[in-house]
Design a protein around this ligand. Structure first.
Ligand code: ADP
Ligand code: MG
Length: 314
């Protein structure tokens, strides 16, 4: 079997059949794999140790240690962590639709209903991290949000956007050939930059607070707001199909982000509700003290005044 022989084999992963590659990172590969004992499919993140400095190795161990503590339906589950002489293997729940990023590219933009369906699941993951686990993710973006394809999700309101054929039937998000075109579930992945900031039992900062400097205590307090900013960027992006901050020049882009300089560009935002725009603006607020927290998000009319089936968990 020629195809099979080209697949990599790893000492320590004998119990798995390695299938296709699903993702590429700077220091890792993610493969689809089959557990030969149970027949179940998994995603395995393979990190080669020899490319890593000792601090990078420590951060892989931290990623696994944090994931081991987590248990939520909207967060990719880690089944096991294996260390060999050569590699680290993170055995993960397989999320087979791929990255939300690619679904945005395929569909151009999401209706408000599909956006709500997606963003509520992300919000539930963040609420669990911030309020229960005491963890900040720090790398929320469409590449780290994975989805399982689901049934067609209709858009209730006909929205005409630039390039749309005016007479076209409302097709919602259905596109043939992309697993029904809809999105069933969304799961947050990649805890490579995540950090424990809050003791989940006492809900106080980690470490001995008595000797911790004010800027550290405040920093930890505001690091949750970092996730909320990124969450706002994701919401903006799925609603219109492009990110709030973009520029060819990294200097210009940095300046725009620092000032919070974004716009609801016409004509792309013309068909989107004022309520959705209001919510985006409360997330993309430059002052972290004024920015919406995850609890604020769940109180916003765009979230509460809807009949979406996905409700907040717990
Ligand atoms: P990196 O730190 O290199 O960004 P990630 O954990 O984000 O590593 O994984 C890289 C990519 O691999 C993801 O963007 C996604 O495309 C794919 N991937 C990661 N985990 C899974 C999974 N559990 N199921 C399916 N694909 C995954
Ligand atoms: Mg990633």
């Amino acid at each position: 079997n020629e195809v099979k022989s080209k697949r990599p084999t790893y000492p320590g992963l004998e119990k798995y059949e390695i299938l296709e590659k699903m993702g590429d990172g700077a220091f890792s590969f993610v493969y689809k794999a089959k557990d030969l004992e149970t027949g179940e499919y998994r995603a395995i993140k393979v990190v080669s140790k020899h490319k890593l400095s000792s601090s990078q190795r420590a951060s892989v161990l931290k990623e696994a240690a944090i994931m081991r503590q987590l248990d939520h339906p909207s967060i990719v589950h880690m089944y096991a962590f294996i260390e060999t002489d050569e590699n680290y293997f993170i055995i993960l729940e397989l999320v087979d639709g791929g990255e939300l990023f690619h679904q945005i590219v395929r569909l151009t933009y999401f209706s408000e209903d599909l956006s709500r369906h997606v963003i509520l699941q992300v919000a539930n993951a963040i609420r669990y991290l911030h309020e229960e686990a005491g963890v900040v993710h720090r790398d929320i973006k469409p590449e780290n949000l994975l989805f399982t394809p689901g049934p067609y999700v209709p858009s209730k309101k006909k929205v005409v956007r630039p390039g749309d054929d005016d007479n076209k039937e409302d097709e919602g998000e259905f596109l043939p050939g992309v697993g029904g075109g809809g999105i069933a579930t969304i799961k947050l992945a990649d805890f490579g930059l995540s950090k424990v900031i809050w003791d989940s039992k006492t809900m106080t900062p980690c470490g001995t607070v008595g000797y911790t400097a004010p800027e550290i205590v405040k920093d930890e307090r505001y690091s949750k707001s970092v996730d909320m900013w990124a969450f706002g960027c994701v919401l903006y992006t799925i609603l219109c199909g492009f990110p709030p901050f973009f520029d060819e020049s990294i200097e210009v882009l940095t300046r725009k982000v620092a000032k919070g300089e974004y716009a609801f560009l016409s004509p792309w935002w013309d068909g989107i509700s004022d309520s959705a725009k209001d919510l985006v603006s409360r997330l993309l607020t430059v002052d972290p003290k004024q920015r919406y927290t995850i609890e604020d998000f769940f109180q916003h009319p765009w979230v509460t005044q809807s009949d979406t089936k996905i409700k907040r968990t717990r």
